[in-house]
Ligand binder design. Structure first.
Ligand SMILES: [Zn+2]
Length: 481
């Protein structure tokens, strides 16, 4: 995920992922784990995936080969496995594998991206190579150990376990191991599959994306289990000014940098209108259960319509809550001037927005233009936008996931839908009209975020629980309800 992002409960809204991104803690007692042989298999797949540098420029052929090798060595045949390189980008290879069911209901599909954000050995702690699976202090280190090769291995090992059991689900279980999520858009695997390989995924009626939602740990305690059902839309704009420039020895009142800065100062002070949707209302209602006093009252009020602006403003004092209460736009990069002794002839700022679902790029651009309040500042969209509708939480799916969570980690774990500020492949499956749920099986300490960062790691206990959770969820969702 462009950073796997977890529920804002613990203020982790990067992306994604961020989510699952944080260092796992060894919560005692651990939840159930797979049998020893399946643990070994899952570990080996995990190790072999991490040691492949599957970054955007190289593609995912190497990781696809690892997956196919393990599937074939464990009972899957060419009839079950489809290797799908992208027509325009053949180095971006996807693998689609299926366990046939009894035809009761549309297929359920797991989407698992195999690519990673690159990492340099020089940036990591000496002795830790991002593309070596290193065991140290009870942790497994390596790029992708939390985003998301852990989930790739957990899903592959669980599918093999079902196959070995001769399990025949009521509906088909499909897994798509996919390419290029971290850079996304034109080379994105799930987008390619839903648009160009309907022969492989056209009958899918439900998507599980482990690159989203998961368990959150704060101060060594399990806080909640988040299921991601909607994402804000990722949009980036440019705001630019131009000027005739001139010699810096004779400055004039008109100046490209000052003009842009004036607009940016106005933007900094602007708050987009507060909003909620089905997911965030359900989230606020669930969080209220664990709160007290004014905060509880505000969360309860925000879980109902219409939203009271004063309540929203109070909640928005918390950075993570603020990110799910409305669109946010922030200046992230600045460029201006060509030489120190020349008045700048242009200046431009990059404005990165996470837009509340349902708000369009044109609307957001118009608001930015209006807020900056100067026709001399030209606002333009930098990249094409992929909007995606909310997956309104289906009680049947939510109950099924919650049932597995409670079986694994106890009935007192709050399970709730969340909106993600980061982006994941679910935007493509949702845009294709498939209800999609971000459900990873890991538990992450939100104060130790490492996805996309240095010294990324996971630990055996968390990883094996993730694998057991995935196996149980596949069975639970494979059974027609
Ligand atoms: Zn990811």
């Amino acid at each position: 995920m462009t950073l796997r992002t977890i529920a804002p409960a613990a203020a982790v809204l990067a992306f994604a992922s961020l989510l699952g991104a944080a260092g796992p803690a060894n919560i005692q007692p651990p939840g159930p784990m797979p049998p020893a042989d399946n643990q070994k298999l899952a570990h080996d797949i995990f190790r072999d995936l991490v040691q492949v540098r599957s970054v955007h420029d190289i593609g995912t052929k190497g990781t696809a080969d690892v997956i196919v090798r393990y599937l074939k060595a464990n009972g899957f045949t060419d009839a079950d496995i489809h290797v799908a390189p992208e027509t325009k980008y053949p180095n971006q290879v996807n693998v689609v594998v299926r366990i046939k069911g009894k035809g009761k209901g549309k297929a359920v599909m797991w989407i698992c991206h195999m690519d990673v954000v690159d990492a340099k050995k020089a940036d990591w702690t000496p002795g830790l190579d991002p593309y070596k699976f290193t065991v140290k202090d009870g942790y497994w280190y390596g790029r992708g150990t939390s985003d998301m090769k852990d989930e790739d291995a957990a899903v592959a090992a669980s599918l093999i376990r079902l196959k070995k059991e001769g399990y025949v689900p009521d509906r088909d279980i499909v897994v798509a191991f996919t390419a290029d999520e971290e850079v996304g858009l034109e080379q994105d695997g799930p987008q390619f599959l839903v648009q160009h390989r309907k022969d492989l995924v056209g009958d899918v009626g439900l998507v599980m994306n482990p690159d989203g939602g998961s368990g959150e740990i704060k101060n060594g305690k399990r806080v909640d289990f988040a299921i991601e059902t909607v994402q804000k839309t990722y949009m980036t704009f440019k705001a630019e000014t131009t000027n005739k420039g001139g010699h810096s020895s004779e400055p004039r009142p008109d100046n490209a940098i000052y003009q842009l800065a004036d607009g940016l100062v106005k933007l900094a002070a602007y708050q987009f209108p507060y909003k909620t949707n089905a997911t965030t209302r359900a989230y606020f209602a669930s969080r209220a259960q664990q709160s007290s006093g004014q905060h509880k009252a505000d969360l309860l009020a925000a879980s109902k319509e219409p939203l009271d602006n004063a309540v929203a403003a109070r909640l928005a004092k918390d950075t993570s809550m603020n990110a799910i209460l409305h669109t946010t736009c922030v200046a992230t990069m600045l460029k201006a001037g060509v030489q120190e002794n020349a008045l700048p002839s242009s200046a431009d700022a990059t404005i990165q927005c996470r837009v509340f679902p349902g708000e369009s790029a044109a609307q957001t651009q118009a608001t930015l233009q209006k807020v900056m309040g100067d026709p001399g500042i030209k606002v333009s969209l930098l990249e094409p936008v992929q909007p995606a509708p909310e997956t309104v939480p289906d009680p049947k799916v939510m109950t099924t996931v919650a049932g597995v969570v409670h079986d694994m980690w106890g009935k007192d774990v709050p399970v709730m839908p969340v909106m993600m500020a980061g982006a994941s492949d679910s935007i493509f499956t949702r845009a294709a009209g498939i209800p999609s749920y971000g459900v990873g099986g890991g538990w992450w300490d939100v104060d130790d975020i490492r996805a996309h960062g240095r010294d990324e790691r996971n630990n055996p206990s968390n990883f094996y629980q993730t694998t057991e959770f995935t196996y149980r969820l596949m069975k639970a969702l494979g059974t027609a309800s």
